[in-house]
Unconditional design. Structure first.
Length: 131
Protein backbone atom coordinates (compact mmCIF):
# COMPACT_ATOMS: atom_id res chain seq x y z
CA UNK A 1 0.00 0.00 0.00
CA UNK A 2 1.39 3.37 -1.00
CA UNK A 3 0.90 6.16 1.46
CA UNK A 4 0.43 9.63 0.12
CA UNK A 5 1.90 12.58 1.94
CA UNK A 6 -0.86 14.95 3.03
CA UNK A 7 -0.77 18.26 1.22
CA UNK A 8 -0.31 21.32 3.41
CA UNK A 9 -2.50 24.22 2.41
CA UNK A 10 -1.24 27.67 3.39
CA UNK A 11 -3.55 29.48 5.73
CA UNK A 12 -2.10 31.96 8.16
CA UNK A 13 0.80 33.32 10.03
CA UNK A 14 -0.03 34.06 13.66
CA UNK A 15 1.42 37.08 15.45
CA UNK A 16 1.10 38.20 19.04
CA UNK A 17 0.79 41.99 18.96
CA UNK A 18 0.82 44.44 21.83
CA UNK A 19 -1.83 46.79 20.39
CA UNK A 20 -4.30 45.06 18.08
CA UNK A 21 -5.99 48.23 16.83
CA UNK A 22 -2.69 49.92 15.90
CA UNK A 23 -1.41 46.81 14.13
CA UNK A 24 -4.61 46.05 12.21
CA UNK A 25 -4.83 49.65 10.98
CA UNK A 26 -1.18 49.38 9.88
CA UNK A 27 -1.78 46.12 7.99
CA UNK A 28 -4.81 47.72 6.29
CA UNK A 29 -3.52 51.22 5.55
CA UNK A 30 0.19 50.58 4.98
CA UNK A 31 0.34 47.05 3.57
CA UNK A 32 -3.05 47.06 1.83
CA UNK A 33 -4.49 44.02 3.63
CA UNK A 34 -8.24 43.55 4.04
CA UNK A 35 -9.48 43.08 7.61
CA UNK A 36 -11.75 40.04 7.66
CA UNK A 37 -13.19 39.81 11.16
CA UNK A 38 -15.34 42.24 13.12
CA UNK A 39 -13.55 44.24 15.79
CA UNK A 40 -13.55 42.88 19.31
CA UNK A 41 -12.61 39.54 20.70
CA UNK A 42 -8.86 40.17 20.71
CA UNK A 43 -8.20 38.74 17.23
CA UNK A 44 -8.16 40.00 13.65
CA UNK A 45 -7.48 38.28 10.35
CA UNK A 46 -5.66 40.40 7.77
CA UNK A 47 -5.73 39.08 4.18
CA UNK A 48 -4.06 40.12 0.96
CA UNK A 49 -4.20 37.70 -1.94
CA UNK A 50 -3.45 34.25 -0.55
CA UNK A 51 -1.53 35.60 2.45
CA UNK A 52 -3.34 35.68 5.76
CA UNK A 53 -1.99 36.99 9.05
CA UNK A 54 -3.89 36.26 12.25
CA UNK A 55 -3.21 39.00 14.77
CA UNK A 56 -3.83 38.30 18.45
CA UNK A 57 -3.71 41.02 21.07
CA UNK A 58 -1.15 40.22 23.77
CA UNK A 59 -0.35 43.53 25.50
CA UNK A 60 2.11 41.93 27.92
CA UNK A 61 4.02 39.95 25.29
CA UNK A 62 7.72 40.57 24.81
CA UNK A 63 8.31 43.14 22.09
CA UNK A 64 9.15 41.45 18.82
CA UNK A 65 11.78 44.13 18.23
CA UNK A 66 13.63 42.77 21.30
CA UNK A 67 13.97 39.30 19.75
CA UNK A 68 16.78 40.26 17.37
CA UNK A 69 17.14 37.76 14.57
CA UNK A 70 14.22 35.75 15.96
CA UNK A 71 11.61 38.35 15.03
CA UNK A 72 11.21 37.09 11.44
CA UNK A 73 7.82 35.57 10.81
CA UNK A 74 7.47 35.24 7.04
CA UNK A 75 9.15 35.06 3.69
CA UNK A 76 6.58 36.11 1.11
CA UNK A 77 7.12 35.28 -2.57
CA UNK A 78 5.71 37.92 -4.90
CA UNK A 79 5.62 38.45 -8.66
CA UNK A 80 6.94 42.04 -8.61
CA UNK A 81 9.02 42.97 -5.56
CA UNK A 82 9.90 46.43 -6.92
CA UNK A 83 6.25 47.41 -7.37
CA UNK A 84 5.35 46.17 -3.88
CA UNK A 85 8.38 47.94 -2.40
CA UNK A 86 7.30 51.19 -4.08
CA UNK A 87 3.68 50.79 -2.92
CA UNK A 88 4.61 50.08 0.69
CA UNK A 89 7.22 52.86 0.77
CA UNK A 90 4.62 55.37 -0.47
CA UNK A 91 2.25 54.18 2.25
CA UNK A 92 4.86 54.66 5.00
CA UNK A 93 6.14 51.13 5.64
CA UNK A 94 9.34 50.72 7.63
CA UNK A 95 11.74 49.21 5.10
CA UNK A 96 14.46 47.48 7.13
CA UNK A 97 16.50 46.21 4.16
CA UNK A 98 16.33 47.94 0.77
CA UNK A 99 15.29 46.26 -2.43
CA UNK A 100 18.32 44.29 -3.58
CA UNK A 101 19.06 41.62 -6.17
CA UNK A 102 20.69 38.79 -4.24
CA UNK A 103 23.28 36.31 -5.57
CA UNK A 104 20.93 33.44 -4.68
CA UNK A 105 18.55 34.56 -7.43
CA UNK A 106 16.03 36.59 -5.47
CA UNK A 107 15.11 40.28 -5.52
CA UNK A 108 14.34 41.02 -1.86
CA UNK A 109 13.47 43.65 0.69
CA UNK A 110 12.49 43.47 4.34
CA UNK A 111 9.71 45.30 6.16
CA UNK A 112 9.00 45.62 9.91
CA UNK A 113 5.60 45.78 11.60
CA UNK A 114 4.85 48.34 14.33
CA UNK A 115 5.77 45.68 16.93
CA UNK A 116 9.05 44.90 15.18
CA UNK A 117 8.13 41.61 13.50
CA UNK A 118 10.05 41.34 10.25
CA UNK A 119 9.06 39.79 6.98
CA UNK A 120 11.19 39.33 3.89
CA UNK A 121 9.61 39.87 0.50
CA UNK A 122 11.18 38.07 -2.45
CA UNK A 123 10.80 37.69 -6.18
CA UNK A 124 12.54 34.94 -8.13
CA UNK A 125 14.92 36.34 -10.73
CA UNK A 126 15.70 34.66 -14.03
CA UNK A 127 19.39 33.97 -13.78
CA UNK A 128 21.55 33.12 -16.79
CA UNK A 129 22.55 29.48 -16.99
CA UNK A 130 26.08 28.55 -15.93
CA UNK A 131 28.40 27.73 -18.82
Amino acid sequence: MTETIPEMIPFSYVLAVRNLRRTTVWFRDVLGFELMWPEGGGWQLAKRGSVRVMLGECPEAQKAADLGDHNYFAYLHVTNAAALHDEWTRRGATIVSPLTDQPHGMREFMVATPDGHRMMIGQTLDLPSAP
